[in-house]
Design a protein. Structure first.
Length: 280
């Protein structure tokens, strides 16, 4: 083998070793959480960096489910996540298609105004949004969480759809227009079915983001503990003087399972959607 060929093989092996080492450090927190969910409290606090439990404590999951009222919180989380995801997908796809495929007076101003809102820190807008939700009579309801979560996700996902719809050939729309199809019909029957990869991408983003949301569900259901979501419910394991880490790890593991399942189901559409948006 030539020296140049040996060098390439060595660099490739070193590169894969570096990837494996970095992947281990990236996955270690998840492995630690999974291991801690199966340990007793003394085993967790006194076991150091050892990942393998001395005795598998499967009962942590049952205790976490009952103590954190995960049955109720799980139902609340499913409702908030599904409704927010549907709202965001429908509204952002409509806005994205209109911005990408239609010219109208003031379009540049509208796009600029939307872009400006991306740079507003979420913390500065909580107070006026809270007051608005209160005046609408939606405070301490799950619909308040749905609407606020959806509102905060509109800008980014709209421009994802703009980038994807811009890649579609205009000949399809021109042919449909000749056949007498209206603009909404073209969106519903032609553009939206072709945007399945982007729909999957936005749905995945929103599902993960809303399932793991903490701040908004906490603020807008503060007066109704029974309306808490799973992530907010995990705060029940934090006491004034101590924290039950094993039950918290068990609860966190259970809360991550739905997002992992959804990711594996939509990962192909996610890759296709991101690639289409980048090309646009």
């Amino acid at each position: 083998m030539r020296p140049l060929g040996k060098r390439r093989v060595f660099l490739r092996i070193a590169f894969h070793i570096a990837l494996a080492v970095s992947g281990f450090f990236y996955m270690y927190p998840f492995a630690w959480m999974l291991s801690g969910s199966l340990k007793s409290q003394p085993d967790l606090l006194g076991g150091g960096l050892n990942l393998w439990p001395q005795r598998l404590a499967w009962g942590n999951y049952a205790q976490a489910w009952q103590r954190a009222r995960f049955g109720i919180y799980f139902r609340n989380t499913v409702f908030v996540t599904v409704m927010t995801t549907l709202t965001v997908v429908v509204l952002t796809s409509l806005a994205g298609y209109a911005l990408a495929r239609n010219d109208f007076p003031g379009k540049k101003f509208v796009v600029g105004a939307i872009l400006v809102t991306m740079f507003l820190p979420r913390g500065y807008t909580v107070v006026p949004i809270f007051e608005l939700v209160k005046r609408l009579g939606l405070l301490n309801t799950l619909w308040a969480v749905v609407l606020v979560n959806a509102a905060t996700a509109m800008v980014f996902n709209t421009f994802l759809f703009v980038g994807y719809f811009a890649t579609l050939p205009r000949e399809l729309e021109e042919a449909a227009t000749i056949d007498g199809a209206s603009f909404p019909r073209i969106y519903w029957r032609i553009a939206l079915p072709l945007a399945k990869p982007m729909i999957g991408t936005v749905a995945l983003f929103e599902f993960i983001d809303n399932w793991n949301s903490f701040f908004i569900p906490l603020v807008f259901t503060l007066g109704r503990p029974d309306l808490r979501t799973v992530v907010v419910g995990m705060y029940a394991f934090v006491g004034q003087h101590s924290t039950d880490w094993t039950l918290m790890y068990a609860a966190a593991t259970m809360s991550l399972l739905p997002t992992m399942i959804v990711f594996f189901l939509l990962q192909r559409l996610f890759v296709e959607g991101v690639a289409g948006a980048i090309r646009g």
